[in-house]
Design a protein around this ligand. Sequence first.
Ligand SMILES: [Zn+2]
Ligand SMILES: [Zn+2]
Length: 142
Amino acid sequence: MPNQPTFRDLCHERGLAVTHQRQVIYEAVMSLQDHPSHEMIYERALSKIPSVSLATVYKNLHIFLESGMLQEVGLHQGSIRIETNLKPHHHLVCTGCKTIWDLDEKELRPLQLSKKRLGGFKIKRISVDVLGLCESCAAAQS
Ligand SMILES: [Zn+2]
Ligand SMILES: [Zn+2]
């Protein structure tokens, strides 16, 4: 088993206080996988701590994003989705059921970006969204 850093380690590295609420919210994100929305995370956290507020969940997600413990997938159909996979990858996005799957970087040919276009722009991450319909949504439409 690889030595996964614990929640405690991740917080210590980033100078964040370890609180029970914060840990429950983080575990809720990690248990949901597949790019949960803020609302999905809130529902999950609520099942563990009935007194947790939506504001607390949002505040903590913001802290996780700011500190780099989590990433945002970006805006998909009006809602921000949370990324738990911090390795470089792309996405297959179903416009029907709004599910987002990870697509390994290797499955897409390297992207060629012209230096001229970039100007002084410094690239941090390249993530391509492949929009379409998943198998069941495609079947439902035909
Ligand atoms: Zn679908
Ligand atoms: Zn992803």
